[in-house]
Write a protein that binds this ligand. Structure first.
Ligand code: BF8
Ligand code: SF4
Length: 635
C-alpha cells in the first residue's frame, strides 16, 4: 500500500502498514471517515454560542445571512476566532502557572526540585527590576515567583509585568495605543469569554483587537513565563546531540515514551529512569530507553538530550511498534484514541494530570511535593510491563536521524560570542546586512491530518535554505525537521545556499564544533517560541529598528491546535509576517479575513497572516517578503 499521501516520514509509512495488519485504527483512518468535512465549519460561519442555535450563515448568499439573534458572518467568525485564541492562551497560561507554583514551592522548601540555573534566575529577576544582591537563590526565586503571581492577581490598571519587562518598548507603546495591553491573564481570559457570550460584543473589529490582546497574554503570561521558569528550575538549554524518529526505540530495553507538554514530571522521569536502570536489568532488559513525543519530547531533548520518538500525528504509531512499555502523558495534544491503541498491545498508558484523564488508561497522579514517588512509580510500571511484551508484535522501524538541539538564545549568543565576544550579535547582523544570510524564518507548529505529515515543513524549509534563509524551529515542526535530517552539520553542506553555508561553517568552527552549525536551529517546545521572540527582540534592539522592519518571517505550515492560533496571532502582533499552510476557519467573513491578511493588520501591528497551501509558493512568498524588508532597510 502507498502511504505517501499520509506522511513524508518513512518510519510512519512502515508502521501504517503494520497498524493496518494489527487492525489498529489511526488518525488517518478517522480523518478519511470524516470526509467531507462541514463547509460551514471550515469557513467559520457556524455558531453554537447559545441554544437557539446552532446557526449557520450561507456563504453563497442565497440562504440565511444572519443567525437567530441577528449575528452575521463577520461577527460569528470573529467571535469563533477569539474563542480559539482564548483556548490556546488558557492552555499556555495554565502550563506556565503550574511551573510558577513549582518554582514557589521549590523556593520555600516544599518541593524536591532544586533551582538549577541561578544565572537565568538573576537575569529574569533583573528584567523584573528585582535586585539579586545579597540574596540566596531560594529567596530570589521566591520573589520572582511572587512577581508572576502578582500578574495573575493584578487588580490594578497597569499592564502585566512579565510583558512590560520582556517585550520591546516600541511594541509596548504600539499595543498601548491600540488599547490591547493585558493586565491580568486570568481576568483577560474571563473577560474574553464574557465578551464572546451571547448578546455581548457584536463588533468584529473589537473582537479582533481582543484576540490581539489575548495573544499577548499567551506570549508573555503563557509562553515567556513558562520558558523563564522552566529554565530557572531545570537549566537553560545548551547544544546537545541526540537522535530523532521511532528508530530510537530499543528492542532489548524498557521503552518509556514521554508525551505532552509540561516538563515538571518529565524531568523527574528522566532522573529516575537513570537511577533505576538496575531494576530494568533485573527484569531482563538491557536498560531503559526514554524518548519523547510532542513538546514534552522537545523539553527533555533540549535539556537532557532525550531522543525524539516522533511528532503529533504518529503518537498512535509509536504504540503500534509493540515496543513501548509505557507511554506517560500530561496535557495537550494527546489523542483520546491512545487508550484503544494501547489496549491492542502490552503498553501501559499512564495519565498523570487531574484535568487529563482517559478511560482505559492507568492514572498515576502528579503532585509537585511527591513527584519523586510518582516518577519512580511510573518507571517501575514500565519495567513491570516489559515482561509482557510480545516479541511477535514488535516492529521498530530502522529509521532515525542525528539531531543537534538545545539552541536557546543564550546558546546562540554563546556560539556567536566566539566570533565577537564584545558584540555577539554583530557577526549575525553583519552577515544579514551583507546578504550572506538573506533573512530568517521561524518554522513552527504542529502536524495536521489535512497535510501529509511533515511534508510541508520539509518542502518549505528546503526552499528557504537554498535561498540562504536561516531557519529556527520549535514544536512538532522541529521534530519534523529533525527527523528529516535538517539539524546536522551535514545538512548545511547539503541544503544551505552557498553564502549561508559559509556563515554557518565559520560560526561552527569558531564555536569549536569543527563543523558547520546546522541550518535549522532547534529552539525548543511551543512555549519556547518565546525564545524566538527574544531573539528577534534582541536583533531589533541591536539594529535600533522595530521587529516589523527586520527581514524575517514565521510559518506554521501544518498547524492544528488552538495554541498555534494564539501563537500566530502573537507573532503578527509582534510585527512578523506569519505564513499559515492550512486555511484558518475565517474565510466565511471577508471583513475578518481582510483585516488579518492585509493592510489593516499590517498598518496597526506591522505583521499579518499569509495563507498559502503550497510549500514552494509559500517559500517564494516568504522570500519576497524578506527581500522587501531588506530593500526598505537599504541592505
Ligand atoms: O505545543 S506543535 S501538535 S505538540 S500544539 Fe501540539 Fe502543535 Fe505539536 Fe506542542 Ni505545539
Ligand atoms: Fe445563533 Fe446567535 Fe445563538 Fe449564535 S448566538 S447560536 S448566531 S442565536
Amino acid at each position: 500500500m502507498n502511504f505517501e499521501n499520509k506522511s513524508f516520514d518513512p518510519a510512519v509509512r512502515q508502521l501504517l502498514g503494520k497498524s493496518h495488519k494489527d487492525g489498529i485504527e489511526t488518525v488517518w483512518d478517522r480523518f478519511e471517515a470524516q470526509q467531507p468535512q462541514c463547509g460551514f465549519g471550515l469557513l467559520g460561519v457556524c455558531c453554537r454560542t447559545c441554544v437557539q442555535g446552532p446557526c449557520r450563515i450561507d456563504p453563497f448568499g442565497s440562504g440565511p445571512q444572519k443567525g437567530v439573534c441577528g449575528a452575521n458572518a463577520d461577527l460569528i467568525v470573529a467571535r469563533n476566532l477569539l474563542r480559539s485564541v482564548v483556548g490556546g492562551t488558557a492552555a499556555h497560561t495554565d502550563h506556565a502557572y503550574e511551573a510558577v507554583e513549582a518554582l514557589y514551592m521549590t523556593a520555600t522548601g516544599k518541593s524536591p526540585y532544586e533551582i538549577k540555573d541561578e544565572a537565568k534566575l538573576k537575569a529574569v529577576a533583573a528584567k523584573l527590576g528585582i535586585a539579586s544582591e545579597g540574596k540566596g537563590k531560594n529567596e530570589l526565586a521566591k520573589e520572582v515567583a511572587e512577581a508572576a503571581f502578582a500578574d495573575y492577581a493584578n487588580h490594578g490598571s497597569t499592564p502585566m509585568k512579565w510583558l512590560t519587562a520582556t517585550a520591546p518598548p516600541e511594541r509596548v507603546e504600539t499595543w498601548g495605543k491600540l488599547g490591547v495591553l493585558p493586565k491580568n491573564p486570568d481576568r483577560e481570559i474571563r473577560t474574553a469569554m464574557h465578551q464572546t457570550s451571547m448578546g455581548v460584543d457584536s463588533d468584529p473589529v473589537n473582537l479582533i483587537l481582543s484576540a490581539v490582546k489575548m495573544s499577548l497574554v499567551d506570549g508573555y503570561g503563557g509562553m515567556h513565563l513558562a520558558t523563564d521558569v522552566q529554565d530557572i528550575l531545570f537549566g537553560t538549554p545548551k547544544p546537545v546531540v541526540s537522535e530523532a524518529n521511532l528508530g530510537v526505540l530499543k528492542a532489548d530495553q524498557v521503552n518509556i515514551v514521554i508525551h505532552g507538554h509540561v516538563p515538571l514530571l518529565s524531568e523527574k522521569i528522566v532522573e529516575w529512569a537513570r537511577k533505576l536502570v538496575d531494576e530494568a536489568k533485573a527484569a531482563g532488559a538491557q536498560g531503559i530507553q526514554l524518548s519523547g513525543l510532542c513538546c514534552s519530547g522537545n523539553e527533555v531533548l533540549m535539556r537532557q538530550g532525550v531522543p525524539l520518538a516522533n511528532n503529533f500525528l504518529a503518537q498512535e504509531l509509536a504504540i503500534s511498534t509493540g515496543a513501548v512499555d509505557a507511554m506517560v502523558v500530561d496535557v495537550q495534544c494527546i489523542m483520546p484514541s491512545l487508550a484503544d491503541t494501547a489496549a491492542c498491545y502490552h503498553t501501559k498508558l499512564i495519565t498523570t494530570m487531574p484535568i487529563a484523564k482517559m478511560p482505559g488508561a492507568q492514572h498515576i497522579p502528579f503532585e509537585i511535593d511527591r513527584v519523586d514517588e510518582t516518577a519512580q512509580e511510573i518507571v517501575r510500571t514500565a519495567i513491570g510491563a516489559y515482561k509482557n511484551r510480545d516479541p511477535q508484535k514488535v516492529q521498530i522501524p530502522d529509521v532515525k536521524s542525528k539531531v543537534i538541539a538545545g539552541f536557546s538564545v543564550e546558546a546562540i549568543v554563546g556560539a556567536l560570542s566566539k566570533l565577537d565576544a564584545a558584540n555577539p550579535l554583530k557577526p549575525l547582523v553583519d552577515n544579514i546586512a551583507n546578504g550572506n544570510i538573506l533573512g530568517a524564518c521561524a518554522v513552527v507548529g504542529c502536524n495536521n491530518a489535512k497535510v501529509p505529515q511533515d511534508s510541508f515543513h520539509v518542502g518549505l524549509v528546503n526552499e528557504l535554505l537554498k535561498n540562504n534563509v536561516l531557519v529556527v524551529a520549535t514544536g512538532c515542526a522541529a521534530h519534523a525537521l529533525g527527523k528529516a535530517g535538517f539539524m546536522t552539520p551535514e545538512a548545511t553542506e547539503k541544503h544551505a545556499g552557498d553564502t549561508l553555508k559559509a556563515v554557518l561553517t565559520a560560526v561552527g568552527n569558531a564555536a569549536g564544533l569543527n563543523a558547520p552549525l546546522p541550518p535549522v536551529l532547534h529552539m525548543g517546545s511551543c512555549v519556547d517560541n518565546s525564545r524566538i521572540g527574544d531573539l528577534v527582540t534582541a536583533l531589533a534592539a541591536y539594529l535600533k529598528v522595530a521587529i516589523k522592519d527586520l527581514p524575517i518571517a514565521a510559518s506554521a505550515p501544518e498547524y492544528q491546535h488552538e495554541k498555534a492560533i494564539a501563537i500566530g496571532t502573537w507573532a503578527i502582533s509582534l510585527g512578523v509576517l506569519t505564513h499559515l499552510g492550512v486555511v484558518p476557519p475565517v474565510l466565511g467573513s471577508r471583513q475578518v479575513s481582510t483585516i488579518l491578511t492585509s493592510e489593516p493588520a499590517e498598518t496597526l501591528l506591522g505583521g499579518k497572516f499569509y495563507v498559502e497551501t503550497d510549500p514552494v509558493k509559500a517559500a517564494a512568498g516568504i522570500i519576497e517578503h524578506i527581500r522587501g524588508k531588506r530593500a526598505k532597510l537599504g541592505i
